[in-house]
Write a protein of this length. Sequence first.
Lengths: 401, 219
Amino acid sequence: MKFLRNTLDKAKHNFEEGGKYHKYFYVYEALDTFLYSPNTTAGAKGVQVRDAIDLKRLMMTVIIAMTPCLLFGIVNVGHQHFLALGQQASMMDKIMVGLMQVLPIVIVSYTAGGIVEAIFAVFRKHPINEGFLVTGMLIPLVMPPNIPLWQVFVATVFAVLIAKEAFGGTGMNVLNVALTARAFLYFAYPTQISGEVWTYIPEGAKVVAGYSGATPLAIAAETVTSGGNAVTQLSGFGAGWANESLYSLQNMFVGLIPGSIGETSTLMCLIGAFILWATGSGSWKIIVSVFGGAYAMGLLLNALAVNPFMALPAHYHLVMGGLAFGAVFMATDPVTAAQTETGKWVYGFLIGVFTVLIRVFNPAYPEGIMLAILLMNVFAPLIDYFVVSANKTRRLKRATV
Amino acid sequence: MSAETAVQEVKKSEPLFSKKNRKLITNPLDIDNPITVQVLGICSALAVTTQMKPAFIMALSLTVVTASSNAAISALRNTIPSRIRIIVQLAIVSLWVTLVSELLKAYVYDVSKQLSVFVGLIITNCIVMGRLEAYAMGNKPWPSFLDGIGNGLGYGMILMIIAFFREILGSGAIFGYKIFEAAGIHYQGNGLMLLPAGACILVGLIIWVQRSINGYREH
């Protein structure tokens, strides 16, 4: 360790004012502060808030909250893989297959984002900040396990460049960066990110007889045209090739179903939500109101119920698709969410409502949470504006001058 | 002595391409660009730029229409009653647009079908109307003509840049020639670039690059 410190110190003069590589000072600084805590701290006197929570710590908390999803995702990728091939496999094998698929995506995402961040830090002469730590982990979690790595790279570069740096960098973005990456892929290369792509099946491998890669949402959406009861369709799915009823309510809650890497398990998302709530990193109001909005919209559709999908019990909407993951990790992004406390309720509720609306009524988009969050990201400042001006009118009324 | 006489000649009659007149052509290419600075003509810039060929034809048509209607209106500017000037402008512009449209139908029918309604919509294109109101109504025919050419070129230049990126990224081709296939590389087209949203992002990027080169600061 001492050796590392010495090397860094030796190289330091090259990067300081007048040094050979002064232009790249912030690359050096990022490396230094990443390895060691910075030696510049505020003095004992002064009026600073003394708190260990800085951006880096906050980001790490969110990453810790995501770990259950990631670990479960790795196991699940392996599980689905062997399920589709009809093979029995040990836990170890599943983890190995999962790691082989997931780790490269994580590495590519971090590399791509890191390169763009570093370039802009050098150009704009500011320290490389930690804004990308969470995004870099969120992007792999919302990708299908089979996604080509070059697409992950292109999408990450696009998202960091267009959604973040073009708007001024970390903390200035209007749209959620990770969802922008996913939306980019969704519209640019739809064949690899929609349809039946959610299980890792190597090229040329033979799938078990009767196998189908349809997701719960796709099956539910099919009932609109084919008729039948959505719940029976779901619980009957997988008979013959999957050992248990794959899309039972309980199994969808636990998350042993095909889907994007990190979003299948509602349970793991709730553990993450608990960590975010306990550490104060994420707003519980948004999480609760997203679920509430989706549930309310589900109930409303149940009451109207002109087709089988609309008749799907409202609580199914909460465990299907990426609603839980989006609610916990995407909607709570403190930069793009509404800032006022009342606004957060409205913002979350509308995300839930729009998610279910898009799911049920738009045949082109089986899952709605991505577009719902992006849409409400755009509206968040407007919601805040109305909350603030309502507050102003209320207080002006009270003022007697 | 010859130098002095030359200067006097300049004062007598302005040469066709004096510095001022050259500015009329060069300014719209950069600091007065109709799309990236004045933000006019955006709808057609998003609509016709999926491929370079229709974008090129569109740019050419608009340049012809802007230049000739600028010149025509400028020649008539002292006789047009100011109360009905818009309707007179529209009549003259639609004359040129109809001419261009018929020519396209006669000689490049496939492109004219691709451009469909957008050639006809040049009549209400903000660039054409804007130049007539802002320039041709107050200047002589020749500078007005140059101004029309300049703005048409400025529009066309941005259109060609957008169309270049959209076609090469979206379908891996330039002017319909599949360059990636010709080079033996498998290229998967980027669907986003074929959507109008892709053009919108490209316009934004062009404005970003242009502003950082020109040192734009918000007031």
